[in-house]
Design a protein around this ligand. Structure first.
Ligand code: IDC
Length: 423
């Protein structure tokens, strides 16, 4: 097979990343509270007694064995759950009651906490944002479900950009507070990408400054953060937590650490024979991110015959690196404009071990929120009304998938054998 990556398509994905965000019940971003001492969550690892029978009580501290995420005993494990939206927009959706519903009604065993750094997130109100993050980490701990602390960068797409210089402080702080907590995983940067600026008021989706963000840059960033997290775990004698790292081009070039050259993210044709290399991160318990949006990441682009077949590509990548799909949507990459449940099903079936590495891939759906986008799990306004099960088409599908995967329930309408990708 051959793979192609065209700049045009990158443009399309870039455009798709844009967003007019609105939750029906837009709350103003929380105001920053004063000092570090005002942080309300005084939680420490020892605080957690995970409830009996809960996912964390059962699986304990996770680890990566070769390609596979495993439980504390080395048995393969799959996390399947949901991702938040930015809580500066959809704050009503992420309180205790909501997270309880996600656990009890939606059967999640992991919640990804997408902490936007820009766009009115952490950089705007660091203390309030950090406090809210901690509150959710604590609730997940009390319920015995895993959570992913996601440093949600997007534009600029370079994790080394000046506006993200708070990353070290942030990870230092959060990983010392939760040192040794079995239920906390870290995602070092959401979706590295080449767009460094969107500065056209007429066309707010347009990228106005591009710079290639290569795997080597991501690795430089990651190598600055990982030792901090590890030192905190070491200091309490805990094993190193799972650390998930973003990959170039919005987490599409998942194996960039294993290939030389243009593959590093400047859009050259991927059918070039690319020399192999080993630029993986040299630490234990590292996983690499893959994100898919069903109408974007598919067999080929409708207008570009022969374009990069993402299924074929990932089928093989899953034999080379441990992958965590921390974000997937049933829509286009803008989280809207259409729904393709069959193609979503095709991905999720591949994640059930049907790939070259027989890897069982963990995943989180984008997103548990109630804005007007088709990727939202709940109907507009549901969160303010505490209607945690008032599902959209996407929410209904995702809820069924989670029930099948996490409880073993039977439901022939999802994960259908007819959607199995065979290479
Ligand atoms: C989108 C939100 C949208 C918001 C925008 C902010 O859905 O409301 O305005 O972010 O820039 C991603 C990103 C994720 C996107 C999501 C859907 O990680 O932040 O959320 N998406 O577009 N990558 C691919 C899709």
């Amino acid at each position: 097979y051959f793979l192609r990556m065209k700049k045009v398509l990158l443009g399309l994905v870039a455009l798709a990343m844009l967003g007019i965000t609105s939750c029906k019940n837009d709350a103003a971003a929380p105001q920053s509270t004063s000092t570090t001492d005002s942080v309300t969550c005084a939680a420490t690892a020892s605080k957690y007694v995970y409830p009996e029978g809960s996912p964390v009580a059962k699986y304990g501290k996770l680890k990566v064995n070769h390609l596979q995420l495993c439980d504390q005993y080395g048995v393969p494990v799959q996390l399947a759950g949901l991702s938040t939206m930015g809580w500066q927009w959809c704050g009503d959706c992420y309180n205790r009651e909501a997270i309880e519903a996600m656990k009890n009604d939606w059967n999640i065993n992991v919640l990804r906490l997408a902490m936007y750094v820009e766009e009115g997130g952490y950089n705007t109100t660091p203390e309030a944002t950090f406090n809210k993050l901690c509150e959710m980490i604590d609730i997940c701990g009390e319920l015995g479900i895993y959570c992913i602390v996601d440093w949600h960068i997007l534009t600029p797409g370079n994790p080394l950009a000046e506006c993200y210089s708070g990353a070290k402080d942030f990870f230092q702080r959060v990983s010392s507070k939760y040192a040794g907590a079995d239920h906390v995983l870290y995602e070092l940067c959401n979706e590295p990408n080449n767009c460094q600026e969107k500065n056209n008021p007429e066309k707010p989706w347009e990228c106005t400054r591009e710079e290639n963000v290569t795997w080597d840059m991501i690795a430089e960033y990651a190598n600055g953060i990982i030792p901090l997290i590890h030192a905190n775990a070491d200091s309490v004698g805990a094993p190193h937590p799972i650390i998930i790292v973003g990959t170039p081009q919005w987490c599409q070039l998942v194996d960039a650490s294993l290939k030389e050259g243009m593959y590093q993210g400047n859009g050259k044709d991927l059918s070039d024979p690319l020399p192999a290399r080993d630029a993986r991160l040299k630490y234990d318990n590292i996983m690499y991110t893959f994100h898919f949006y069903a109408l974007e990441h598919k067999e080929s682009a409708d207008d570009k015959p022969g374009y990069y077949n993402f299924y074929s590509y990932m089928y093989d990548v899953l034999n080379t690196l441990p992958v965590f799909c921390t974000e997937y949507g049933v829509t286009f990459a803008d989280g809207d404009r259409g729904i393709d449940l069959e193609r979503t099903d095709k991905w999720l079936l591949m994640f059930q071990g049907n790939n070259a590495g027989k890897q069982i891939v963990s995943h989180c759906n984008w997103s548990f929120s109630d804005n007007e986008r088709l990727s939202s799990a709940l109907v507009p306004g549901a969160c303010a009304r505490k209607e945690w099960n008032n599902v959209t088409t996407s929410g209904e599908y995702v809820k069924k998938v989670l029930k099948v995967i996490n409880t073993g329930a039977e439901d022939t309408t999802v994960l259908k054998p007819s959607n199995l990708y065979v290479k």
